[in-house]
Design a protein around this ligand. Structure first.
Ligand code: AMP
Ligand code: FE
Ligand code: FE
Ligand code: ZN
Length: 283
């Protein structure tokens, strides 16, 4: 599928297993024309991704997947084309990453009472200055032989309903949308209809986010349920939201493959038109 558009991919700046340079190579190998780099709560992979894409013809949409908390649920918010130097974004993402770091320490401390696992084991699985999360703890548990895969770790020791789980600070979805819009960016709700911890937000809450500047819904994503997709299409119609599709690629950290879901050129155009924080990088 030459020229396809995939608006959600992670690098080792967060919980992907490939560096931004490797991710760009993978995007080219997958035949993409456009890829968005959307690491969790960090923009620190942007420069490397641009450098790697330079001269290749690939377009890179700089982005981020912002963590937000909606009551007990974790709601992920994709943010595109915002100003990475915006003071609000810099302060808030630093606060989230710091919260994630201390939360990971608390989780590892609790796991360490029952399993052979140290903080150094986890640090060995993450890039310096990267956004820490349960995937890095999962990788350390694999290396230690306690589980066979990331997937298995999430279904057992790292389950959010299990005894080792800890929450971390994140803004509300409404605060997240407002922050992204204030930085000239374009907020799109990530995989809004998955099972489990990342449950569907109710219509009244979506309406509130739309009033604050929500632009789109990521409907074509392998984790959205089929019923959920139908419901999301109704909401997109009702609130005139942009519909996106993407892989949520994490390298070998997840089965998701680049270009398995894609976004239409029309949707991408609407996202670019709604942005004022920075421009796509045309490599
Ligand atoms: P955290 O934000 O630290 O609680 O970890 C959540 C992250 O773990 C999400 O960004 C997902 O990409 C990843 N994740 C969730 N479930 C799984 C799974 N079953 N296998 C691999 N990665 C997962
Ligand atoms: Fe992730
Ligand atoms: Fe996500
Ligand atoms: Zn993601």
């Amino acid at each position: 599928m030459p020229g396809a558009i995939d608006l959600h991919a992670h690098s080792s700046v967060s919980d992907g297993t490939e560096s931004p340079t490797e991710l760009i190579a993978a995007a080219l190998a997958a035949g993409l024309g456009t890829v968005a780099l959307t690491d969790h709560d960090s923009t620190s992979g942007w420069a490397e991704a641009f450098a790697a894409a330079s001269g290749t013809g690939l377009t890179v949409i700089p982005g981020m997947e912002l963590s937000t908390n909606y009551g007990p649920a974790s709601v992920h918010m994709l943010a595109y084309l915002f100003n990475p130097m915006d003071g609000g974004v810099i302060a808030e993402t630093a606060r989230i990453r710091d919260g994630r770091l201390h939360r990971a320490e608390r989780i590892v401390e609790k796991i360490g009472e029952d399993y052979d696992l140290s903080w150094d084991d986890v640090l060995a699985q993450s890039a310096d200055g990267g956004t820490l999360g349960r995937p890095h703890i999962a990788d350390a548990l694999v290396v230690k032989g306690h589980v066979g895969s990331r997937e298995e770790a999430f279904e057992s020791i790292l389950d959010w309903k299990g005894p080792y789980y800890e929450k971390y600070y994140a803004p509300s979805p409404l605060e997240g949308v407002s922050m992204i819009v204030a930085a000239g960016g374009v907020p799109v709700l990530a995989h809004p209809a998955t099972r489990g911890r990342y449950r569907v937000i109710e219509e009244h809450a979506i309406a509130e986010l739309v009033d604050a500047g929500l632009v789109g819904l990521e409907i074509f994503h392998r984790d959205n349920t089929e019923d959920g997709k139908v419901r999301l299409h109704e909401l997109a119609e009702k609130f005139d939201l942009v519909v996106t599709g993407s892989s949520d690629y994490h390298g070998t950290g997840k089965p998701n493959r680049l270009a398995e879901n894609t976004t239409s050129p029309e949707s991408l155009q609407r996202i670019i038109a709604a942005s004022s924080g920075t421009k796509p990088f045309r490599g």
